[in-house]
Design a protein around this ligand. Structure first.
Ligand SMILES: Nc1ncnc2c1ncn2[C@@H]1O[C@H](COP(=O)(O)OP(=O)(O)OP(=O)(O)O)[C@@H](O)[C@H]1O
Length: 199
């Protein structure tokens, strides 16, 4: 269970939001909405522990975050998350796993890339892939290790119609398996249910 209460955030002189609260249980997801500059990315960064809040509390499994359990249970894909251009998709996935302290076998990586429609691209340097294919390499990380909580900032950007549908399916499968997700997007998302938070 993720429980957020009384969260406040300022940037410079400006108060972006105050008293933000929500909770997520297994199978639930939150759609964070708001106009450009409202503070969606700032909220996601607070949630995952990359920047401190002015006030409020974030609890995961009844413990304050960040905790070892929270880090283990979380996959965060930031708004500007990128893949390394000189590495191949397989190498990118291995590197991301290593940074999470996890050894990743090639079979799992390859299966993730194939699910993301990148069969035959796994050994090419990422720099030769299209923008959408690069996003797909990033999204393949979702399938390389089990994580209960997916925090995805504008993950649907730069995806073609098929990839939007695929990501929607991956998130729906994740939720059906008891996962949770916090998603930002300016568009309606192809994921059933969901709570809304408008900043
Ligand atoms: N480190 C920082 N220093 C100063 N201002 C910042 C900083 N980070 C964010 N801001 C400001 O905070 C506001 C909210 O930014 P944020 O990226 O959270 O918005 P957003 O809702 O994700 O916007 P968008 O829909 O355009 O992606 C913006 O005005 C931004 O310029």
């Amino acid at each position: 269970m993720l429980k957020v209460s009384g969260l406040a955030c300022s940037r410079g002189e400006r108060r972006l939001f105050a008293d933000v609260g929500f909770s997520l249980a297994a199978g639930e997801w939150l759609h964070v909405q708001g106009e450009n500059g409202a503070g969606k990315t700032s909220l996601m960064r607070l949630l995952v522990g990359l920047s401190p809040a002015d006030a409020g509390e974030i609890r995961w499994r009844d413990e304050p975050t960040p905790s070892v359990e929270f880090r283990r249970d979380l996959i965060y894909l930031g708004h500007h998350a990128a893949v390394k251009e000189d590495l191949t998709p397989l190498e990118n996935l291995r590197l991301a796993a290593a940074l999470d302290g996890i050894a990743l076998d090639e079979r799992t990586s390859l299966a993730a890339l194939i699910r993301l429609g990148l069969r035959g691209r796994e050994d090419l340097p990422v720099r030769v892939l299209s923008a959408g294919q690069k996003r797909r390499v990033l999204l393949a990380r979702l399938l390389t290790r089990p994580a209960v909580l997916w925090v995805l900032d504008e993950a649907f950007n730069a995806l073609d119609v098929a990839a939007v549908k695929l990501l929607g399916e991956l998130i729906a499968e994740h939720l059906s398996a008891g996962g949770m997700a916090v998603l930002t997007s300016h568009q309606p998302l192809p994921v059933p249910g969901g709570k809304a938070l408008v900043l």
